[in-house]
Write a protein that binds this ligand. Structure first.
Ligand code: DC
Length: 230
């Protein structure tokens, strides 16, 4: 059976990470969280005190650092030059900083190259913002997940609250909207939907319901023999 490349794109808080992991487990595929790569770039730049506007220094940094994933059960750990940064890249500060670094064209080129190298063999579910449009425009199956900003902010709020972080609902929604605006308006590879993507509005759906729709979409492509284009 041909091993497919599955792309999942959409804004933050739409359920991409959870669904990407579950879809990968269902098909025995590898999950690739491309947002974690941009977060790691932001962390590495912060450690080196490199400004987000300094794309020359960021280009050099991307050539020097090593970003690696190690599998751990259904999840993975992210290593920056061998150091486990899986938690350090999830702080609210890094979440707010990352869109600025992800807007640098040199950073995007370096990360897209890495994502293609990791995914080209197939048997992979990649989740991000530009997977179906830029990284793998010939992906076998493309999904675009969406949900209202209020719902995505609410989910993020509950997630942070469960972790014991003191948060405000209105502020969390405002931050989601701010990140959406930054990711959608940047010049290089903005968040946008591939024309041939299967769109799923997750606002009123449970994770299991969305997963069922996605499995059905992948099964259909598998029974058709996969995309002939890659
Ligand atoms: O999915 P996430 O919240 O971990 O993504 C972190 C940031 O990286 C977010 O601002 C969007 C950006 N990103 C991107 O520009 N392109 C991707 N393929 C994945 C994430």
């Amino acid at each position: 059976m041909k091993k497919l490349i599955i792309a999942i794109d959409g804004p933050s808080g739409v359920g991409k990470s959870t669904l990407s992991k579950q879809l990968a487990v269902h098909f025995g595929y590898v999950n690739l969280d491309t947002g974690a790569m941009y977060r790691t770039v932001a962390l590495a730049a912060q450690q080196r005190q490199i400004d987000a506007a300094d794309c020359v220094a960021l280009d050099a940094m991307c050539r020097q650092v090593e970003i690696r994933f190690i599998r751990e059960g259904a999840g993975e750990r992210v290593l920056l030059d061998g150091e486990d940064v899986s938690e350090a890249i999830r702080t609210p500060e890094i979440s707010q900083l990352t869109p600025q670094f992800a807007a640098c064209p040199e950073v995007r080129t370096a990360m897209v190259d890495l994502q293609r190298a990791l995914g080209e063999e197939g048997g992979v579910v990649l989740e991000g913002r530009d997977i179906g449009t830029v990284v793998f425009p010939d992906a076998d199956v493309k999904f675009f997940l969406k949900a209202t900003a209020e719902e995505r902010g609410r989910r993020r709020f509950l997630e942070l609250q469960a972790k014991g972080v003191a948060v405000d609902l209105e502020q969390t929604i405002a931050e989601v909207e701010e990140r959406d605006a930054a990711d959608s308006s940047r010049a290089t590879s903005p968040l946008c939907q591939a024309e041939d993507a299967i769109t799923v509005d997750t606002t009123r759906l449970s994770i299991d319901e969305v997963l069922a729709v996605m499995i059905q979409g992948v099964d259909k492509v598998m029974s058709d023999g996969g995309s002939p284009t890659h």
